[in-house]
Design a protein around this ligand. Structure first.
Ligand code: HEC
Ligand code: HEC
Ligand code: HEC
Ligand code: HEC
Length: 210
């Protein structure tokens, strides 16, 4: 909504009570934001409010902790094989950081470890998409939403669409690939089965819990 529209809205509602006026302006602002803005990254803590079990499992996974492998002295052998310097600090190296954090240089995403420490590591939104909009849908509709509605708001489904994982895996910029060692071979369906790399499948019908 432009400033002019806001001014107009304000003058139209001047005749109404303060409470009515405020709620109308609020409604217009919220509507304008929902229609215009692209989804932003909101961080794992927001998702954890509702998806506690997934959050606790994810926290111990290699994706969650993978910012640390960029630090000097970590994974020395692997780095040497890839002709990387095991004593170098890669945590500020643009060529590395993008795949070891969440939403690198995107709205709400990782900037640097000082200002956005909560976005270090591969978080929920790396695989599920930036959450500012679909998290609202999850909240509003609870069990009653369709996949289609969620994807329209930016949610991604890595088990339907390999491209979600290929943002980082099998990517030409990754120093670790099959030619270096067979253990780095990418097989989407097989990798999806490694649930300890992100979080287990829910036992019952739903993982949802407060
Ligand atoms: C206010 C609570 C709430 C918040 C916040 C929330 N969710 Fe959800 N989410 C739900 C509920 C309820 C469901 C539907 C029940 C279920 O299947 O677990 C759901 C379902 C899901 C699903 C399954 C979708 C499907 O189509 O089956 C994924 C994936 C998910 N949420 C990820 C996230 C991520 C990632 C975040 C943070 C960006 C997030 N949620 C934030 C409540 C929430
Ligand atoms: C395009 C995305 C991408 C970029 C860029 C990237 N990585 Fe990674 N990195 C990955 C993926 C994916 C893996 C997991 C590979 C696997 O296990 O199959 C990984 C794994 C690693 C590992 C663990 C290897 C092991 O066997 O323990 C280290 C260490 C690492 N990366 C460091 C770096 C460094 C240093 C840079 C910059 C020079 C970098 N990465 C750039 C995606 C990337
Ligand atoms: C490495 C990728 C990855 C990360 C990181 C990740 N997930 Fe998932 N998640 C998946 C995949 C794959 C599925 C299966 C459904 C799909 O998205 O296609 C899934 C499914 C889900 C579901 C549906 C129920 C289930 O477990 O099958 C929920 C809820 C969920 N994730 C929440 C989260 C939350 C919350 C986080 C962060 C704390 C998170 N995920 C981190 C890949 C990931
Ligand atoms: C934002 C980048 C990114 C995305 C997106 C991503 N990964 Fe990863 N993945 C990594 C990195 C980096 C590692 C290396 C973790 C480490 O060893 O520190 C990794 C490691 C793994 C591993 C090995 C973990 C282990 O403990 O053996 C599996 C399996 C995996 N990813 C599966 C997936 C799947 C499946 C998807 C898509 C649903 C996916 N990843 C999406 C970056 C990513």
């Amino acid at each position: 909504m432009t400033r002019w529209q806001t001014v107009q809205a304000l003058s139209t509602v001047q005749a109404l009570s303060t409470v009515q006026a405020l709620s109308i302006v609020l409604f217009l602002t919220v509507t304008a934001q929902t229609v215009e803005a692209k989804p932003k990254y909101i961080g794992v803590a927001k998702c954890a409010n509702c998806h506690k079990a997934n959050y606790l499992a994810w926290k111990t996974s290699s994706h969650a902790k993978t910012f640390n492998v960029l630090k000097p002295g970590k994974r020395k052998k692997a780095k040497l094989r890839a002709e990387l310097d095991p004593e170098k600090d890669y945590t500020t190296d643009k060529k590395c950081v993008k795949c070891h954090v969440t939403g690198y240089r995107k709205k709400g995403g990782f900037k640097d470890i000082e200002s956005t420490p909560q976005m270090a590591g591969v978080g929920c939104e790396s695989c599920h998409g930036p959450g500012s909009k679909y998290a609202v849908l999850h909240d509003k509709k609870m069990y009653g939403f369709e996949k289609r509605e969620a994807t329209e708001l930016g949610q991604l489904y890595g088990a339907d669409d390999e491209a979600v994982c290929l943002q980082c895996h099998l990517h030409k910029d990754s120093p670790f690939h099959e030619k270096l060692d067979k253990k780095y071979k990418w097989d989407w369906k097989e990798k999806l089965k490694v649930r300890k790399a992100y979080h287990p499948k829910p036992k019952g019908k739903s993982q949802f819990s407060f």
